[in-house]
Design a protein around this ligand. Structure first.
Ligand SMILES: *Cc1c(COP(=O)(O)O)cnc(C)c1O
Length: 407
């Protein structure tokens, strides 16, 4: 692990948007120019102190950054192993880390002179974050959402509409996230001169995986500073759940060059090992079938697919982890062995949510509960000198209907 030089990690993605063999830009001709425009505008914005000042002010005053790094005193005692710290992204405005990226891309849209943003959403968290940012910045907003997800997440549909967004139901395919992305991309192709596609995770064609990572790397930068202040040393372990992978890479990024910091990404093990029952793209070594490299929605990464290359259906109790592909940077970190990927079942995630609620007084999002579950499994085997940071990507309010069935 420690053999990977920082310079290698700093240089990704390369000019073609590649993380090792992964990433890139697999899009129809019509999207090449707008993606190049986004790349140019983003490069100029990142070099502009005014852009950073504006974003920092919004992150601070509107979204609630910095988020606390909380010592989980009772969970640490309960598990009897490592010292556990929780990065509290659940305390952000709108209830999850997603607002970091929505604010950043919202400002990019303004910079590009685009008056409208288009987004996809699964559980509705990214849709709500984007509708919120659009209202704050005075942009029109259209959110595409599978009709299956609209039924499961009625509250978030109402929140988006109250915020002034148009929510468009998508009835195609499995009527979930993947289908919503297809429709959002179709809209973008048609309205590309007036609209920015505000993509919600480290997925899609270059430069999206890089942009979304960069807008979330504040999570790890803060956590690093906070742990050094509290413990005077770096953590030994990081844990985060991985849907597309944005909250995980946001935490991991600031520690990638520190060979001593071990990183664990936790995917959705769902309710079984067979294809269709889980959303495990990288932890295939654990017996989950169906993932291999392929192209989905603009990027080359690990994709769950049938033997003849059809995109597989997926299952997870948490909508935010229920997607057949994973961010290309995670695929690369997995190949390198720099991060380890594992999976947690629906049932273990529910149990972890209950444990965190009762022991720390925090109801986590079901996505985040996957990271907590893996921590609960491992922390007791660690000694008390080991320091752990777990990313609590979101709060559980949106999942209360599901959680209520289990208490
Ligand atoms: C959307 C979401 C996720 C999954 O997305 P990533 O891009 O993998 O972070 C995880 N946790 C919460 C709370 C979410 O809303």
């Amino acid at each position: 692990m420690s053999s990977i030089a920082p310079t290698v990690l700093d240089s990704v993605p390369d000019a073609r948007g590649r993380f090792g063999p992964y990433g890139g830009r697999y899009v129809p001709e019509t999207l090449v120019a707008p993606l190049e425009e986004l790349e140019r505008v983003y490069a100029a914005a990142s070099a502009d102190p005014k852009f950073h000042a504006e974003l920092d002010a919004l992150l601070h005053d509107f979204a609630g950054r910095p988020t606390p790094l909380q010592f989980a005193e009772r969970l640490t005692a309960h598990l009897g192993g490592a010292r556990i710290y929780i990065k509290r992204e659940d305390l952000l405005h709108t209830g999850a880390h997603k607002i970091n990226n929505s604010l950043g891309q919202g400002l990019l849209a303004v910079r590009m002179g685009k008056k409208r943003v288009v987004a996809e959403t699964g559980a509705g968290q990214h849709g709500v974050a984007t509708a919120t940012v659009a209202a704050r910045l005075g942009l029109d907003c259209t959110v595409y959402m599978g009709t299956e997800d609209m039924e499961r997440q009625r509250l978030n549909v109402n929140r988006m509409r109250l915020l002034g967004a148009e929510v468009v139901g998508v009835d195609a395919g499995s009527r979930t996230l993947k289908d919503a992305i297809n429709e959002a991309m179709r809209d973008w192709v048609t309205n590309v001169r007036t609209s920015h596609y505000l993509l919600g995770s480290v997925l899609g064609a270059h430069p999206y995986p890089q942009i979304v990572r960069d807008f979330h790397k504040v999570i790890g930068e803060e956590a690093r500073e906070q742990i050094l202040k509290k413990e005077d040393r770096l953590p030994d372990w990081l844990f985060a759940c991985v849907g597309g992978g944005s909250n995980a890479i946001g935490l991991f990024n600031a520690f990638l060059a520190d060979g001593s910091v071990k990183m664990v990404g936790v995917e959705a093990g769902g309710r079984g090992h067979t294809l269709g029952e889980h959303a495990v793209r990288l932890a295939a070594a654990r017996g989950f079938s169906g993932a291999r490299p392929g192209v989905l929605q603009g990027t080359y990464s690990y994709v769950l697919q049938t033997n003849d290359g059809q995109i597989a259906t997926t299952h997870s109790i948490s909508a935010g982890l229920d997607y057949p592909a994973v961010g290309p940077e995670h695929a690369w970190l997995a190949d390198l062995g720099r991060a380890e990927y594992t999976a947690v079942t629906d049932d273990d995630a529910i149990d972890a949510a209950k444990t965190l609620a009762r022991i720390e007084g925090i109801i986590p999002a079901l996505e985040s509960a996957h990271a907590i579950a893996e921590l609960i499994r491992r922390a007791p085997k660690m000694n008390e000198n080991q320091l752990v940071i777990v990313n609590l990507s979101g709060r559980g309010d949106k999942d209360m209907e599901t959680l209520s069935r289990y208490v």
